[in-house]
Design a protein around this ligand. Structure first.
Ligand code: DP6
Length: 360
């Protein structure tokens, strides 16, 4: 498919007003997306687990304008209160997707959004937020164009969400998702994410992700800025190759259930992501002293307990702890005994693999 396939032909139906609500999850990348070109095209393929409890719920109410407007007409509420500082991001999202959603200037929209996870907890709300909004808009388009089938609906929602925030395209479906062309994944695309449909060992069913909130404040460097620093990065080419190779390795690990292999790939990806940040120009560090203390404690615990607890990191100081369901009791005790002290206000979130977004 190409971009043109997402431009709709003339709408066949009309609707004066209505309202739709979608709930979309966050996701955690195992193979990291870091670096992009052109219009949100990833520099390398990524693979993620969809989460289950870190969710954004968005309601979009729409009302037809008396005549088509020259600008986008919308109001934005966050937790039922007006949120002016989120509006520029939504406006630039509308600009990027207008070509694919020509009805946008025919309506006034009231967008009401809320998260299940604490505000500015350092958990990417852009992934779940853009995914929930893209799904609401797709639902409105479905009313105007009755012919879209379920696969196309999800694919275009992912395509739109990607234009809002790259990792958001992986927050439509569950449970394991890939985005970006890879020779070993037949249906893979740079334009949208797809459900991972190769063999997955049962040990990865209900895999856990406990997110330790190390630092809840604003990050010093946004992801978008960090991605741009991969242009002319001295190690960019090697990194992009490594992501391709790690995806091949992860494919056989996912099929066989080799948890040692899983730990090695996931932790290497996390540390390479941060190594890229530390070696870009300008360089920056998003890990905090407590991030490193947690990593060292995990390594000691893994050795002593013979469990398969491992960590991954996003573009921030928080640590995601990944482990199989049958090790949950032992790992949770370890978190309470040894890791909670490193969390801001002792806060952490217990999540697990989820099945994707749903309409409410
Ligand atoms: C480190 O999707 O937040 O979490 O496309 O600029 O919105 P933009 O960036 P974003 O980048 C996420 C990067 C990451 C790795 C990942 O999720 O794959």
């Amino acid at each position: 498919m190409t971009e043109i396939d997402f431009v709709p032909s003339a709408y066949t139906a009309d609707r004066e007003e209505g309202s739709v609500t979608w709930q979309a999850p966050s996701n955690i990348a195992l193979i990291k997306y870091w670096g992009k070109r052109g219009n949100q095209i990833p520099a390398n393929p990524s693979l993620s687990f969809t989460l289950n409890k870190c969710l954004t719920t968005t309601t979009v109410s729409y009302k037809k304008l008396s005549s088509r407007s020259d600008n986008f007409s919308f109001d934005l509420l966050f937790d039922d209160l007006p949120k002016e500082d989120f509006k520029p991001k939504i406006k630039s999202f509308f600009v990027k997707i207008e070509e694919y959603m020509p009805f946008l200037k025919d309506y006034h929209f009231l967008i009401n959004t809320s998260n299940t996870f604490p505000h500015s907890s350092g958990i990417a709300s852009s992934a779940s937020g853009m995914a929930a909004l893209a799904l609401c808009l797709m639902d409105i388009e479905r009313v105007l164009n009755l012919s879209a089938d379920e696969d196309f609906f999800k694919r275009k929602a992912s395509f739109l969400a990607r234009l809002g925030s790259g990792s958001a395209c992986r927050s439509i479906d569950g449970e394991i998702i890939t985005w970006g062309i890879h020779k070993a994944i037949a249906t893979s695309s740079d334009l949208y994410a797809v459900k991972y449909s190769d063999e997955v060992h049962k040990v990865f069913k209900n895999y856990r992700d406990t997110i330790l909130l190390v630092h809840k404040g604003q990050k010093q460097v946004s992801s978008t800025l960090g991605h741009n620093l991969m242009h002319n990065h001295p190690f960019a080419a090697q990194r992009f190759n490594q992501a391709h190779e790690n995806l091949v390795k992860l494919k056989s690990v996912l099929a066989s259930g080799d948890l040692e292999g899983f730990v090695a790939i996931v932790e290497q990806e996390a540390l390479t992501l941060h190594a890229m940040m530390m070696t870009s120009s300008p360089y920056f560090v998003l890990m905090m002293p407590n991030t490193l203390k947690i990593i060292n404690a995990i390594w000691d615990f893994r050795k002593a307990s013979k469990t398969h607890l491992c960590f991954t990191l996003d573009a921030g100081a928080n640590v995601h702890l990944l482990y199989p369901k049958n090790e949950a009791a032992e790992v949770l005790q370890f978190i309470k005994d040894e890791l909670v002290v490193y969390c801001e206000n002792g806060q952490y979130i217990c999540d697990e693999i989820g099945i994707g977004a749903k309409k409410l």
